[in-house]
Write a new protein. Structure first.
Length: 571
């Protein structure tokens, strides 16, 4: 038996979980490794052969199209892929693995391709070494075709699955959400990534950036400790028992909310604070309404938009958004238009955080943007709707967005669709450029949302999804405090409302700083809602203003944090 081992990582979502590792193989084609019963093997081999056949047909079709349109040279590339599918060393070896080791096809593909990749990497000839790309491609195709069949599904996961992988995309985590997934542990990533935010909203304990997890195999027992930032690999029976007891105590505490739902978000000296909820998928809106949240300050629509792996049609979007508005029971819902880019690295590792994100993506893909806007407007008759544009960096961006919005409204009128013509349009302040020029944008918008997650990343030049620099990400940095103060000062005379919806609003000390700097509307995840309400009810605004004055004079983030913590927790 293996010795208990501690693997260090970074907490992405609190809580603890004891369970069995289920490795995801490839971040884009998530698959699981399973042991099969001997009577399941024959069917599994057929499943694999089906995927080989399907891949061959696709490649042949591609080849004949290429021959027609681009001449014979390019079709030779496909020959290389077809040859891999005929290679006995590859296909037969996979079947042999399934049969002798009683494992599912995905696992067998992974093992055989890993061996071949290593052989390629050892080759001296650079050209031949580069051919590993063909193998890589065919592996993806086979996996994809295996997955387009009903098997394997999360229904095959054990009831205490801990997803382990290099990285697990947020949409995958969302798709797989179920009673079966109790924890998440990834080799890369940071607590600021969308996967981490998703884990928090699903209340799944999660550790990210734990590179030593690479050695963990499916079936290994793990404990995810989202308090200490560790994963315990092969824990002793004693350790497991300790954690299970702790889990029971934690559940008892959770049942007793410390602040009642109906208690107003008001400071000790009677200053009213607006407190909204951030949601990442439509189903959360019911929980938000049940928890008495005043409004939805941020609905990150991209997760639902790309949920099925393909674009939804307009009618289903209208139905989904209408349901969200009806479920909100009259509370305003802020729909942020899709923000793609974050947490997505292209295959060559280029960082999308600095590329085509948010509104930039929408302006380059106006058919997607217009479809979403049309759907939002059409749904707007069902409840107070707000449209929020992410990743804006100039007045020109805004002009371009308004032109598309105008076009959409004209289309809706021409098609005689009903919609609310007064839907407020807002802008995320989450780039340094927007922070510096928000006053210039004020006459073009109805409201602002301050996205501190991105603002801090771009201000401090710290990639929020890169674990190696996460220690440099600090909301108490004087540069951030000055930036926030500037935004507050620039926006005050405009009279335009601003809600802070980044994670800075969800942590009591940094949220207290925001209040002291004059931000009186916050929006946080459901998991943080009652803790922030409790903080608001326990502080005095006049003291927070004095505190803000003090920290603006300080030089070091650590000193600021210590002073704020002492004030908030009254130590
Ligand atoms: C932000 O950047 O602060 C924000 C709320 O948006 P997201 O985390 O989705 O980038
Ligand atoms: Mg953002």
């Amino acid at each position: 038996m293996r010795e208990e081992r501690i693997i260090h990582g970074v907490v992405a979502s609190v809580g603890t979980a004891v369970g069995k590792a289920v490795r995801t193989f490839d971040p884009l084609f998530v698959s699981f490794n399973f042991k099969l019963r001997p009577d399941q093997v024959r069917k599994e081999v057929e499943r694999f052969r089906g995927s080989v056949e399907k891949s061959r047909e696709q490649l042949k079709r591609m080849q004949s199209e290429l021959r027609k349109n681009s001449g014979p040279e390019s079709s030779f590339l496909i020959d290389a892929h077809l040859l891999v599918l005929q290679d006995r060393l590859f296909v037969d070896r996979i079947i042999e693995k399934v049969e002798t080791d009683c494992i599912n096809s995905e696992w067998a593909i992974q093992q055989v391709s890993d061996e071949l990749f290593q052989a390629y990497d050892r080759l001296n000839d650079e050209y031949l070494r580069e051919r590993r790309g063909d193998l890589d491609d065919i592996v993806r195709r086979l996996l994809h075709n295996l997955q387009s069949k009903p098997l394997p599904s999360f229904k095959k996961l054990p009831y205490d699955a801990i997803l382990v992988g290099k990285l697990v995309p947020p949409s995958t985590l969302f798709e797989l959400r179920s009673q079966r997934i109790v924890g998440l542990a990834t080799e890369t990533g940071s607590p600021l990534s969308h996967t981490a935010i998703m884990a928090r909203s699903l209340e799944i304990p999660a550790i990210v950036g734990a590179s030593e997890l690479a050695e963990v195999a499916s079936g290994d027992v793990l404990i995810v400790d989202g308090e200490r930032g560790i994963v315990i690999w092969s824990p002793s029976d004693e350790t497991v028992a300790q954690y299970k007891n702790r889990d029971r105590d934690g559940k008892k505490l959770k049942k007793k909310p410390a602040t009642s739902i109906s208690a107003p978000s008001i400071t000790e000296d009677s200053v009213q604070i607006s407190l909204g909820a951030n949601i990442n998928f439509s189903e959360e809106v019911r929980a938000a309404a049940a928890q008495g949240c005043e409004f939805i300050g941020l609905y990150r629509t991209e997760f639902d938009f790309f949920r099925e792996g393909k674009q939804p049609d307009e009618e289903s979007l209208v139905a989904d958004y209408s349901l969200v508005l009806k479920s909100a029971k009259g509370s305003p819902v802020t729909f942020r238009t899709i923000d793609v880019g974050i947490d997505q690295k292209s295959w060559d590792g280029v960082n999308m955080n600095l590329g085509v994100r948010g509104l930039r993506f929408c302006l380059e893909n106006t058919d997607i943007f217009k479809k979403q806007l049309r759907s939002l407007y059409r749904a707007s008759v069902h409840g107070p709707t707000r449209i929020l544009l992410p990743f804006v960096s100039s007045v020109d961006d805004l002009d371009a967005a308004h032109a598309v919005i105008e076009e959409v409204r004209r289309e809706l009128q021409a098609r005689r669709h009903r919609y609310d013509p007064n839907v407020p349009i807002g802008v995320m302040i989450e780039t340094p450029a927007a922070a510096q020029t928000c006053d210039l944008m004020a006459s073009l918008v109805d409201f602002f949302c301050l996205g501190t997650n991105d603002l801090i990343q771009y201000y401090l030049v710290v990639d929020r999804s890169d674990q190696s620099v996460v220690h440099l990400y600090n909301p108490f940095h004087p540069a951030i405090l000055r930036c926030l103060q500037q935004v507050s000062t620039l926006l005050r005379p405009t009279g335009k409302p601003v809600t802070v919806c980044g994670e800075m609003a969800a942590d009591p000390p940094s949220a207290a700083v925001l209040l002291g700097l004059g931000f009186t509307s916050l929006s946080v995840s459901l998991a943080a809602y009652s803790r922030i309400k409790r903080m608001i009810r326990s502080v005095s605004m006049s003291q927070l203003k004095d505190l803000a004055g003090e920290i603006m004079k300080m030089h070091k983030p650590k000193e600021v944090e210590e002073m704020v913590r002492a004030a908030v927790y009254r130590t």
